[in-house]
Design a protein around this ligand. Structure first.
Ligand code: HEM
Length: 348
């Protein structure tokens, strides 16, 4: 039940993902109401057929019982960009935080790096232990609504500023939800991508890495193990007629993971070959490649993800990260973000 990527670092995908990887068809029925798609042209047509509904969004799905207004969504992404760029200009926290189980060790390290300057209770919004519990999240939300922080506090993030400067209670509760979701999506996604790259590099590449190689390594990782491996569209009339298999009302699961590994689109598709990106000016224009979505629903944070992952990867490699799986094949569990699970410790 495993797909070999290279002899020294193979992977055991969760059975449900492996079943998908074993399929030859690019359009297939998953269950009576759901169709899976990995055909490049059809995928683009589906994304273009209608805008994403607010409830299909992840970061910008409704919060505090109301849709997120467009201007507050754009303010959030601008603030996140400023915080991420300011964060990576700061020296990283002690590297020992990268030891442990990845991708979680990477997520905690990034959170400390980028968001630890915010005061309590806002800082609790980005704590993994809190966001995994609904009751703790509710308590923290209430505390943040009452004590959103003082203006002019040195070092606090722009995202925290949006909570503090909100003009009414609804805007404040939504800004707190945006803080939690944006920091979680960024840190989980970047740590997942970095961990996937560390795994795919294998022991030799991890020893002999050069700074200039890392961008191509990350693009090749986004091809072979894209964190956003499945995109979802709820049923509706918009897709019926795009393909005979799709009936009115069917939900659609789009699989960049399968498309990125299909021999019709890629040479030696299962091999990790960062050199395939040499001389490619804009990887996102590569056919059958959509790690950040297609036009119509493209990721608003894509410009942040690769530079941050490159910084985290550099720090891990500079500190001689040693990677091992408790088993011969590392596991890729069934999660909304695709990431290899492994143990790491530092050599220096
Ligand atoms: C490694 C991290 C990330 C990856 C791999 C990623 C990937 C993607 C992908 C594949 C899409 C297309 C979704 C679809 O068509 O259904 C998308 C859309 C989007 N992403 Fe990201 N994303 C990441 C992080 C983030 C972060 C941190 C934010 C913002 C805080 C964000 C905001 C968005 C938005 C606003 C959209 C457009 C969909 C919509 O209209 O809601 N993403 N992303």
């Amino acid at each position: 039940m495993s797909t070999a990527v290279a002899p020294s670092h193979s992977l055991a995908f969760a059975p449900r993902i492996q079943e998908l990887l074993d399929r030859d068809e690019k359009v297939f029925r998953i269950d009576p109401d759901k169709v899976g798609v990995s055909d490049s042209r059809l995928l683009a047509e589906i994304v273009a057929a209608r805008p994403v509904h607010s409830t299909e969004r992840s970061v910008y799905k409704p919060a505090a019982g109301a849709d997120i207004p467009h201007d507050s969504a754009t303010r959030t992404i601008r603030a996140l960009g400023q915080d991420a760029m300011a964060g990576i200009r700061k020296p990283p926290p002690p590297a020992r935080g990268m030891s442990g189980t990845w991708p979680y060790a990477g997520t905690s390290h990034l959170r400390r790096w980028l968001f630890s300057d915010d005061a309590l209770p806002v800082a609790l919004l980005s704590k993994r232990g809190v966001s995994r519990s609904d009751s703790l999240s509710l308590l923290v939300d209430r505390a943040v609504t009452r004590w959103p922080g003082r203006p002019g506090r040195a070092g606090s993030t722009e995202l925290a500023g949006l909570i503090r400067d909100a003009e009414d209670p609804l805007e404040r509760r939504q800004a707190a939800a945006m803080y939690r979701r944006a920091t979680a999506t960024l840190c989980d996604g970047v740590a997942g991508l970095t961990g996937n790259a560390l795994w795919l590099m294998g022991p030799q590449r991890r020893q002999e890495w050069h700074r200039g190689d890392l961008t191509a390594i990350l693009w090749e990782t986004l091809r072979l193990l894209p964190p956003a491996w499945m995109l979802y569209r709820k049923g509706g009339e918009a897709y019926a007629g795009l393909h005979p298999e799709i009936r009115p009302g069917d939900d659609i699961a789009l699989f960049p993971l399968l498309m990125h590994r299909h021999a019709d689109y890629w040479s030696q598709p299962l091999e990790f070959r960062p050199e395939r990106w040499d001389g490619v000016a804009d990887p996102e224009k590569a056919p059958a490649f959509m790690p950040f979505g297609f036009d119509g629903a493209r990721c608003w944070a894509k410009h942040l993800v690769v530079p941050l992952a490159e910084r985290l990867l550099t720090t891990a490699l500079e500190n001689g990260i040693l990677v091992r799986s408790p088993r011969p094949e590392a596991e890729v569990p069934l999660r909304s973000l695709l990431s290899v699970r492994f143990e790491a410790r530092l050599a220096v």
